[in-house]
Design a protein around this ligand. Structure first.
Ligand code: HEM
Ligand SMILES: *[C@@H]1O[C@H](CO)[C@@H](O)[C@H](O)[C@H]1NC(C)=O
Ligand SMILES: *[C@@H]1O[C@H](CO)[C@@H](O)[C@H](O)[C@H]1NC(C)=O
Length: 331
């Protein structure tokens, strides 16, 4: 080999070195054009089916955003959430955060089968979740962003991961923040992403404790506006009515905007995990105030934090697989 040739090879290696550093956790393998050659219509197909589903039921946008969150916090954004219990797999759908709560799986199925028709065995279920979350945000009036693609699907699920990693509505502020930090997300991401609660609904069982027995002393949560609490009690009794639904943002329940943050400042956050953002940390209180005051700022941060979340430990390259059916691993 001549000297000039080896020089060229070394120079080429150096030139491409930064590309190779962008490995697994930084998600350098994900990029928005991933399907441009193999399935050019993928993004349109996802959008049109999400749009149809949201037109039929506005809440579906919220449900689809939440699926992406509950997927990414368990073993990364790998569609592990979508697997049903079959054989050795115990579905994450049975976990405390998901049972009787997570929804929208049929919409994901419809998208997947349309994509299988258009370009078989090409678009991952994990990417469908990421695209559907973005489209749902846009369709509800929120900000848009480009979604990096190229995630692959897991060959397993983790029920314990789902129970342990996804924050519960009665977790303390510190516990919630710790669970975000375990995923590489910070307090800014926590506050911005909690802004998803500007749309969608919660069951009575997720916030009842606040209405009747917040700290085990028979007293309600006094950080909740008491007139609002009285309203909530009429349809969320001490016992029974567990599945009764309440909008997370009572001002604009289906519009993606910053009224969630305004509600928090008025002590009208529905979940305890919402209200602690203003009562337990000066830093997060400051962020809530900024987003309440400035919708634009919220709309700038939300995509950044969604991108960080969508980038949690994706399976890339030859890891995992492209499922043919999002509910089952390939045989
Ligand atoms: C910060 C910690 C969080 C906690 C404790 C939490 C908890 C909850 C709970 C308890 C519900 C109601 C579930 C039910 O009663 O069926 C809910 C709904 C929802 N959550 Fe969160 N959440 C958190 C963060 C997030 C994040 C980061 C996102 C998205 C990025 C998100 C998106 C949603 C959406 C859109 C809904 C409404 C779903 C629907 O209507 O189907 N949440 N959340
Ligand atoms: C949180 O809620 C769960 C489920 O209702 C309950 O088992 C647990 O005791 C609660 N934790 C606290 C700290 O109140
Ligand atoms: C409140 O919760 C505590 C601890 O879970 C329990 O011992 C107590 O009986 C409850 N009080 C009321 C009034 O429900």
């Amino acid at each position: 080999m001549t000297q000039s040739m080896s020089f060229l090879i070394i120079a080429a290696m150096l030139a491409f070195a930064p590309l190779c550093l962008c490995g697994k956790t930084s998600g350098g393998y994900l990029y928005p054009q991933f399907y441009d050659r193999t399935c050019p219509k993928a993004k349109e197909i996802v959008y049109s089916i999400v749009a149809k589903a949201v037109a039929k039921e506005a809440r579906m946008a919220a449900s689809l955003i939440r699926l992406h969150f509950h997927d990414c916090f368990v073993k990364g954004c790998d569609a592990s959430l979508l697997l049903d219990s079959i054989g050795a797999i115990i579905s994450e759908k049975m976990s405390n955060p998901n049972r009787n709560s997570a929804r929208g799986f049929e919409v994901i199925d419809e998208i997947k089968s349309a994509l299988e028709k258009e370009c078989p065995h090409t678009v991952s279920c994990a990417d469908i979740l990421a695209l559907a979350a973005r489209d749902s945000t846009v369709l509800s009036g929120g900000p848009s962003w480009e979604v990096p693609l190229g995630r692959r699907d897991s060959r397993g699920a983790s029920l314990s991961g789902s129970n342990n990693n996804i924050p519960a509505p009665n977790n303390t502020f510190q516990t919630i923040l710790t669970k975000f930090k375990l995923q590489g997300l910070d307090i800014v991401d926590l506050v911005a992403l909690s802004g998803s609660h500007t749309i969608g609904k919660s069951r009575c069982t997720s916030f009842r404790q606040r209405l009747y027995n917040q700290s085990g002393n028979g007293q309600p949560d006094f950080t909740l506006n008491q007139a609002y609490a009285n309203q909530l009690r009429t349809r969320c009794p001490r016992s029974g009515g567990d599945q009764n639904l309440f909008v997370l943002d009572f001002v604009t329940p289906t519009k993606f905007d910053n009224s969630y943050f305004k509600n928090l400042l008025a002590s009208k956050g529905l979940l305890n995990s919402d209200q602690v953002l203003v009562t337990k940390s000066a830093v997060s209180l400051q962020l809530v105030k900024q987003y309440a005051q400035n919708n634009q700022l919220f709309f700038e941060q939300f995509p950044k934090s969604m991108l960080k979340m969508a980038n949690i430990s994706p399976l890339t390259g030859s890891k995992g697989e492209i499922r043919k059916n999002c509910r089952t691993v390939n045989s």
